[in-house]
Design a protein around this ligand. Structure first.
Ligand SMILES: [Zn+2]
Length: 249
């Protein structure tokens, strides 16, 4: 570990890595929503509260089985917990967009459903698990906005034409991740010579299966939580991405 380096030195080193990198890809994990004040659903206290409140655990509530068979409960949970606790935008999104504009960042892949990089201004974004901003009727494919889902006067938002529940285009538990997004993610990571892990770690549940396709030189971790595998990366900065990314250019 190179934990002895002062922040200024780390930023200088990281800037040099970015300057020398031909193709840089950022992976955004749960730390990117936690820094905006949103809790990770895997947090044990929160998981317990949800189970007390709804009588089911998050994995069940946030599942395709519930969406299909118990849509009232699914949408109550989805609107009250997932949409209401949308994270605040931080300095990370615009900082990523600035790096992309300067040619220092080529693709941003996020496992969060809040579309933070694109809302910050990034162009080449893969929302691996989909986005709360995309909603569609499963039958006629009509698109609906987030506001439509939020403000629908009844518990289950229905398609205006088909009168069936509108589907938020997000990956629910018990479903395969969209295969096109998976393929694109693998391709982008295999092209990269620098990988930025933002608010996530080498052993991430979501990303570890993709990180194995990385054939480049450097992995840089920017994450508040220390992880025992941080030493496997070229460098690790133990801080929130919002405190680090705006210092780069
Ligand atoms: Zn429809």
């Amino acid at each position: 570990m190179k934990g002895e380096l002062a922040m200024d030195d780390k930023i200088m080193r990281l800037q040099k890595i970015l300057d020398e990198s031909r193709y840089t890809v950022a992976l955004c994990g749960s730390g990117m929503i936690e820094e905006g004040g949103s809790a990770n659903m895997k947090n044990q206290d929160l998981a317990y509260k949800i189970e007390q409140k709804y009588g089911y655990c998050t994995d069940e509530l946030y599942s395709s089985a519930f969406y299909n068979a118990r849509s009232e409960l699914f949408f109550t949970f989805y609107r009250n917990e997932i949409l209401t606790h949308c994270p605040e935008l931080t300095a990370s999104g615009p900082a990523l967009a600035a790096l992309e504009k300067n040619g220092h960042l080529h693709c941003v892949i996020t496992s969060n459903i809040y579309d933070i990089p694109r809302r910050g201004g990034c162009k080449n974004v893969i929302n691996l698990h989909g986005s709360i901003y995309e909603n569609q009727c499963p039958r006629c494919k009509k698109q609906y906005t987030l506001e439509y889902i939020q403000n629908y006067p009844r518990k289950v938002p229905l398609c205006e034409k088909c009168n069936i529940p509108v589907r938020p285009l997000i990956s629910l538990f018990g479903e395969m991740v969209d295969s096109q997004r998976m393929t694109k993610t693998t391709l982008e990571i295999s092209k990269a010579d620098t990988l930025l892990l933002l608010g996530t770690s080498m052993d991430s549940d979501v990303f570890s299966q993709y990180i194995k396709y990385f054939a480049g030189q450097r992995i840089v971790i920017i994450h508040k939580k220390e992880h025992y595998r941080d030493g496997d990366a070229s460098m690790a900065i133990l801080d929130c991405p919002k405190n680090v990314l705006p210092l780069l250019r």
